[in-house]
Each structure stands twice: as structure tokens, then as C-alpha cells.
Design a protein around this ligand. Structure first.
Ligand code: MN
Length: 161
């Protein structure tokens, strides 16, 4: 067994200990999946890969990637996200502020804070996202909450990009 195929079966870990990066921001033994169940929430042109999920870790590391023009769901929840932009440029909304983001920028999403990522620069936008394994279900804005957000011209412009 080569070092590359050795794993930790028996300790609850099924994935090889080292999984190589492959072209186009994918990885060996990592499923390239839909972002969420279709129709469960608004989103566009975004994929999900779970990079690290281990019974002995309290967190998971995921990689989300949007095509140009894609976006994640506008949502909030009690759990926190630790995000690193991995590729591309775009914008994100955190709370009541829209930020331009680019490679290796770090973004913290605090509890119960509206957030969304948008690939606004005509290129894919990919980010790593660290979360708790045990976490609450995201909440979507009500129409009133969405209108309150859109009362800010910068947020209204962001949401229509
Ligand atoms: Mn979220």
C-alpha cells in the first residue's frame, strides 16, 4: 500500500490520509455535489465539496464554488462560519455591509447575521467554509426582512448583481 492510498479504516475514517488536488479546484475522493437540494432555498450556479468531515472533529471544512454570476443563499443562523476566499473575486454581504473580496481574504460570519456570496466579477468565486458539525438550520429572510435589507441602496445593488 502506497502512502497515498493508506487510510485510517478502523478508526472511523474512510478517506485516504492524503487526497491530491486535481485540476479545476477538485480533489481525489471528494464528491462534487449540488450546493443544496434544488428548490430548498434560492441560490444559483454553486457547487459544494466536503473536504474534511471526521468523527473526531467538531467542525467540517467545505469548499463552495460559484460560476460567474452565481450566488449562495441569503441566510442567517446561530452557527458561525469561518471563510477564506480561495479563488476569484466577488462580493459578500455580512450583516448590513457589502464587501469586495478576493483570494485569501478571511470573512467571519457571526451568529444570526445575514450573509451571501456573489460571483460578481465575471469569474468563478470559490471559498473555504469552516462550520460546526452540529449546527442549526439556516433561516431565509421573510419578505419584510428582505425589504428592510433592500432599503439600503448598497445592499439593493448587491442583491441585483
Ligand atoms: Mn450560512
Amino acid at each position: 500500500m502506497s502512502a497515498d492510498t493508506k487510510n485510517a479504516k478502523g478508526s472511523g475514517r474512510e478517506a485516504p490520509l492524503v487526497r491530491r488536488a486535481t485540476p479545476d479546484f477538485r480533489w481525489e475522493s471528494v464528491a462534487h455535489m449540488p450546493y443544496k437540494e434544488e428548490g430548498s432555498a434560492p441560490f444559483k450556479a454553486i457547487s459544494r465539496q466536503i473536504l474534511h468531515s471526521d468523527p473526531d472533529l467538531a467542525g467540517e471544512l467545505r469548499y463552495f464554488e460559484m460560476d460567474a454570476g452565481g450566488y449562495s443563499t441569503l441566510e442567517r443562523h446561530e452557527h458561525v462560519h469561518g471563510v477564506m476566499i480561495f479563488r476569484g473575486h466577488g462580493h459578500c454581504l455580512v450583516g448590513d455591509t457589502v464587501y469586495e473580496v478576493g483570494p485569501h481574504d478571511l470573512v467571519t460570519i457571526p451568529p444570526m447575521t445575514w450573509h451571501q456570496f456573489r460571483a460578481t466579477r465575471g469569474e468563478p468565486l470559490g471559498f473555504l467554509c469552516l462550520v460546526n458539525v452540529r449546527r442549526d438550520k439556516p433561516q431565509l429572510p421573510t419578505e419584510d426582512e428582505l425589504n428592510a435589507l433592500k432599503a439600503d441602496p448598497a445592499i439593493a445593488a448587491f442583491l441585483s448583481r
